[in-house]
Design a protein around this ligand. Structure first.
Ligand code: C5P
Length: 235
């Protein structure tokens, strides 16, 4: 069975808080870190360069959603930062997703573009919210699958989805198509604002390729110990 990679969500206010957190990990440990909106909008591209220089891989989670031309240009800039993985909202449509891939290619002169995945439905969205607020009928899983097919047709590498949708997405879009799953909680942890949560072990069984773990690690009394518990759960 495929073992998912662990990505730690650096949902932290600034570089100082990031240093405080990663200094609790062994210096030799190469991590996969998610830089999201909070940190990026505070520290800018320098935070990516800094973390890369420490040997960590970066998932830049800015969830772009705009007209195709704007997204293409933004992706050109993102590629030049040397991130490993980035994302957009599938709701922006096929043309926007195709433009994103083109932008990444143009920003990667060595031909090795970052991986790009699409957000389907946020893991904080329930079927009720989707039906009532977005006006999309049916189950969240159906909408996620629809967006996954669209993302694949647009040439993306995968999607962000909940653990509970990963298997179905693999069945339809293929085993190579990435299912990256947030909403991960260790047994006994608080779900917080997430609606569709699962443990690392369940994520593995359901075919997740990358699990994003935020508060279960970053808010733990000992983040490294919590990270080891996530690893142990996967084993
Ligand atoms: O703290 P927690 O583990 O809930 O953090 C999950 C992370 O994954 C957050 O940074 C959140 O923005 C991100 N995310 C998500 N659901 C998505 C896409 C990204 O929770 N569909």
């Amino acid at each position: 069975m495929n073992k998912p990679e662990i990505i730690i969500a650096m949902d932290l206010p600034n570089k100082r808080a990031v240093d405080q957190l990663i200094n609790q990990f062994p210096a030799t440990e190469s991590l996969y870190l998610k830089v999201g909106m909070e940190l990026y909008y505070k520290e800018g591209p320098a935070i990516v360069t800094y973390l890369k220089s420490k040997g960590h891989r970066i998932f830049l989670d800015l969830k772009l959603h705009d007209i195709p031309n704007t997204v293409k240009s933004a992706m050109r800039s993102i590629a030049s930062l040397g991130v490993d993985l980035t994302n957009i909202h599938a709701a922006g449509g096929k043309k926007m997703m195709e433009a994103a891939v083109e932008g990444l290619m143009e920003g990667s002169p060595d031909g090795k573009r970052p991986l790009i995945i699409a957000v389907t439905q946020l893991t904080s969205t329930s079927t009720e919210i989707m039906n009532q607020e977005q006006g999309i009928p049916g189950e969240v899983a159906d909408s996620a699958l629809n967006y996954a097919k669209l993302a694949k047709a647009a040439g993306l590498d995968g999607v962000v989805c909940s653990v509970h949708e990963a298997m179905k997405i693999h069945n339809v879009c293929g085993d190579d198509f990435i299912a990256l799953t947030p909403g991960i909680r260790l047994a006994g942890d608080d779900a917080n604002d997430q609606v569709r949560v699962a443990t690392p072990a369940v994520a593995k069984v359901e075919g997740s390729n990358y699990i994003v773990v935020g508060r279960s690690v970053t808010q733990a009394e000992s983040p490294y110990e919590a990270y080891r518990r996530v690893q142990a759960d996967l084993d």
